[in-house]
Write a protein that binds this ligand. Structure first.
Ligand SMILES: NC(=O)C1=CN([C@@H]2O[C@H](COP(=O)(O)OP(=O)(O)OC[C@H]3O[C@@H](n4cnc5c(N)ncnc54)[C@H](O)[C@@H]3O)[C@@H](O)[C@H]2O)C=CC1
Ligand SMILES: CC(=O)C(=O)O
Ligand SMILES: [Mg+2]
Length: 467
């Protein structure tokens, strides 16, 4: 279960209660005191900030227990997650200070005019003379934010700011969050094209399916910078890295396994495509109306595409039916859809990737006794499958070689590169995928991207370390 950290500011009346009483009440309610700061000590009372680690579900109980304790006044409760968001999570920094008129006339008018003219005469100079070289737009319309659904562009911003932080911290890429107040496919395409000149790449995020497919493919065709829908491809790349290693753990070759993918939206379509590209021969895509069946007709073009693939099974049925005998379950749908009974019906040594965020398709504690390899999208369990292992390094590589697109060869190379960070000696069921803090991930991903971009002719620049 997820933990949170709260800070309780309390006033203790010395004649009625001791700090020991407070600590034991917190502990009985399910919290762990991790630090105490003394704010004020008086003769009759003292004020302290008590930091408590507690499971999300027990936060209210801890606060209620404290309030009921005689001699305690609860002054304030702050949630460290909210505190981390105060004022937003990112800001802009100039690369040099403007210290005098000379500096001013160089970075601004009149000096800047010569630079503008140079770019006007040779637009490629935008890469050396503006932020384009290192800047990516993180664009969302707020329609499929994590697994929270259509919560709108303003509420999507904390996720987009978080992605921007990760771009910068992990790969040195400057990323800017842009939340669009429109769900109209054409308007999104027009707007992204209109703002694209300043960016070296476009990361689409949390745009619901099926609109995301057309938005991405049209932008890819109409822009000369890489466009990458993170929820589709970032997720699929990291999923494949995890599956390649999980299959080594259970000793099953990829062309022998039967895979059920639940949730054929943005992530699910790309997950299916990636599995097919990697050699899976028996695939069962399932959405809310049941399995997508080979030979059937579907109005959604990507489902129709799946129904035309020879590796997709021709058997109809809901998850209850099709899960029987599956070697692998991959969930990119919603919380709680996979039951323990489903896992019990899978083949020997089941591999379960329950990737819905923030709550997976099955509670990991319930699944754990019945699975061989379990992965989720969460950081508080082993084997976190999250697109953050992919997007910083993939854009680092694409920007460095000025790739005009991110193609299938680059994605497959990245999946293999991420998998290779876990050596055969280290590999086990609790460690199939590197941590996002593993220092080798971004370098390996960048290297794989540039190599594949050069090989497939989409690189427009050879970085010095590849010459
Ligand atoms: N761990 C990771 O790195 C990532 C996880 N995700 C998670 O995957 C989930 C889906 O994300 P997106 O593909 O972007 O959303 P989406 O909205 O495009 O797709 C969700 C799909 O699930 C289907 N679905 C809903 N109820 C279902 C049911 N009862 N049975 C089967 N299918 C059902 C929907 O019809 C839809 O096709 C979210 O929870 C998201 O947080 C997404 C991207 C990355
Ligand atoms: C991780 C991510 O991008 C998502 O859950 O939407
Ligand atoms: Mg996302």
């Amino acid at each position: 279960m997820a933990n949170t950290s709260i800070i309780l500011r309390v006033e203790l009346a010395h004649d009625q209660v001791s700090f020991g009483d407070v600590a034991s009440v917190i502990s009985r309610a399910g919290g762990d005191v991790s630090s105490i700061d003394v704010i004020r000590v008086g003769k009759e009372s003292s004020v302290r900030d008590i930091t408590v680690d507690v499971q999300d579900s027990l936060e209210v109980e801890v606060v209620t227990a404290i309030k009921q304790l005689k001699g305690i006044t609860l002054i304030n409760v702050s949630d460290r997650t909210f505190l981390a968001h105060l004022g937003g999570k990112i800001s802009m920094q100039p690369n040099m200070p403007i210290k005098n008129r000379d500096d001013l006339s160089r970075v601004y008018t009149p000096g800047v005019a010569r630079v503008c003219t140079a770019i006007h005469e040779d637009p490629q100079k935008a890469y050396s003379l503006t932020i384009k070289r290192n800047t990516v737009a993180v664009i969302s319309d707020g329609t499929a934010v994590l697994g929270l659904g259509d919560i709108g562009p303003q509420a999507a911003a904390p996720v987009m700011e978080g992605k921007a932080m990760l771009f910068k911290q992990l790969a040195g890429v400057d990323a800017f969050p842009i939340c669009l107040d429109t769900k109209d496919t054409e308007e999104i395409i027009r707007t992204v094209k209109a703002i694209s000149p300043i960016f070296g790449g476009i990361n689409l995020e949390d745009i619901s399916s099926p609109r995301c497919f057309e938005i991405e493919s049209r932008l890819e065709a109409e822009l000369d910078i890489p466009v990458f829908h993170d929820d589709q491809h970032g997720t699929a790349v990291v999923m494949l890295a995890g599956i390649l290693n999980a299959l080594k753990v259970v000793g099953k070759p990829i062309d022998s396994i039967r895979v059920v993918v639940n949730g054929i939206g943005a992530a699910g379509v790309s997950v299916c495509k990636m599995l097919l590209a990697a050699g899976v021969k028996r695939l069962v895509p399932v959405d809310r109306d049941g399995a997508i069946v080979r030979g059937e007709t579907y109005s959604q073009p990507m489902w129709q595409w799946l129904a035309e693939q020879s590796q997709v099974e021709a058997t109809a049925g809901g998850l209850d039916q099709v899960i029987a005998g599956a070697d692998v379950f991959i969930g990119v749908s919603r919380a709680g859809l996979l039951k323990v009974e489903h896992v019990k019906a899978m083949a020997k040594d089941p591999i379960v990737f329950a990737l819905a965020n923030p709550q997976p398709e099955i509670d990991p504690d319930l699944a754990e006794p019945y699975v061989k390899v379990l992965a989720t999208g969460r950081s508080d369990y082993p084997n976190q499958i999250n697109n953050v292992l992919c997007f910083p390094g993939i854009f680092r590589g694409a920007l460095d070689c000025r790739a005009n697109r991110i193609n299938e060869e680059m994605k497959l190379a990245v999946a293999r590169a991420i998998a290779s960070v876990v050596s055969d000696d280290e590999l086990n069921e609790l460690y199939i995928i590197p941590s996002i803090f593993n220092e080798h991930v971004v370098d390996k991903v960048r290297h794989a991207v540039i190599e594949a971009a050069i090989r497939t002719g989409v690189a427009r620049r050879i970085p010095p370390d590849f010459r």
